[in-house]
Ligand binder design. Sequence first.
Ligand SMILES: NC(=O)c1ccc[n+]([C@@H]2O[C@H](COP(=O)([O-])OP(=O)(O)OC[C@H]3O[C@@H](n4cnc5c(N)ncnc54)[C@H](OP(=O)(O)O)[C@@H]3O)[C@@H](O)[C@H]2O)c1
Length: 333
Amino acid sequence: MKAFIVDRYGKKRALRLADMPTPELRDDEVLVEVHAAGVNLLDAKIRDGEFKLILPYRLPLILGHDVAGVVVKAGPRVRQFKPGDEVYARPDDFRIGTFAEFVPVKETSLALKPRNLTMEEAASIPLVGLTAWQALIAKANLKKGQRVFVQAGSGGVGTFAIQLARHLGATVATTTSTTNVALVKSLGADVVIDYRTQDFEDVLRDYDVVLNSQDGKTLEKSLRVLKRGGKLISISGPPDPEFGREIAASGFVQLVMRLLSSGVRRKAQGLGIGYSFLFMKANGGQLREITRLIEAGAIRPVIDRVFPFESTHEALAYVESGRAKGKVVVKIR
Ligand SMILES: NC(=O)c1ccc[n+]([C@@H]2O[C@H](COP(=O)([O-])OP(=O)(O)OC[C@H]3O[C@@H](n4cnc5c(N)ncnc54)[C@H](OP(=O)(O)O)[C@@H]3O)[C@@H](O)[C@H]2O)c1
């Protein structure tokens, strides 16, 4: 099958289109014929070698973390899916590879595609949708009437997180640049801060939750807009010791994580704020809940551009530009 692969780690190295064997199907997996694949910054970071410690992949590696497609084969232990089902997923770590014609996905990581979405729209959802879900619901336990600050509201995670937070009944503040103010308002943001002309620290006070996706300076400032008892959840680092334990990292890697996050953890503790790092995980159950919200019209996909399969490298470069409005998708079939 045709696939875009990384055969050597390297910053901005072009992915290579190669002929690869179709991965072997395990008993608890289905083989998905890929129709569309979402593109994520995680793909670029893995290609650059930034995740070698956390995700020690063997090369060559087929990249791609989001898929929408059709089940063509089911392993003997699969119960809920059959050939012909239209599905979508964020495959598990170490089983990624959606920039390809076929990808095996564990049954427990898969969900039926929302009926009201095209394949391209569905492929834009899993990774960012699950990230928002795991941050706002699983970690923050965000409730009606609470106030949440979602950074970068016009990005892949932001466009989903604003809608999810609004659905939960929270008041949502977000940052974006002037050209995207109308977009984030249309998604339900109540307070919009143009980060090119305003500082969010001057506007927001006593928030319950911050979803941090930016740099260390922004992380530090975020502490000051939270109230005592508030929660700072970061998806852009630094990783905390709990995450190290979750992924069963080596003693050395756990020590590195402890050191990297010691500053923010200490400051958060001093202010009575909970700090946690999130690295999202595949989860078919949560994805089914997301399907329900999309079919009910509570959340809609936001797609910036769809690239043809041959242009996967260009799609990744576009995501890396940091200017995407919502998601970037590659159409494979
Ligand atoms: N830990 C995890 O599980 C996890 C999961 C998903 C993503 N992430 C990470 O989270 C980050 C965001 O991911 P993403 O997919 O949402 O990114 P993205 O879609 O590529 O973000 C692009 C958007 O960011 C906005 N932006 C850029 N600089 C900004 C700033 N200083 N303030 C506010 N908005 C800004 C841009 O808007 P303008 O053009 O208006 O500037 C653009 O719309 C990345 O670092 C990604 O790797 C982590």
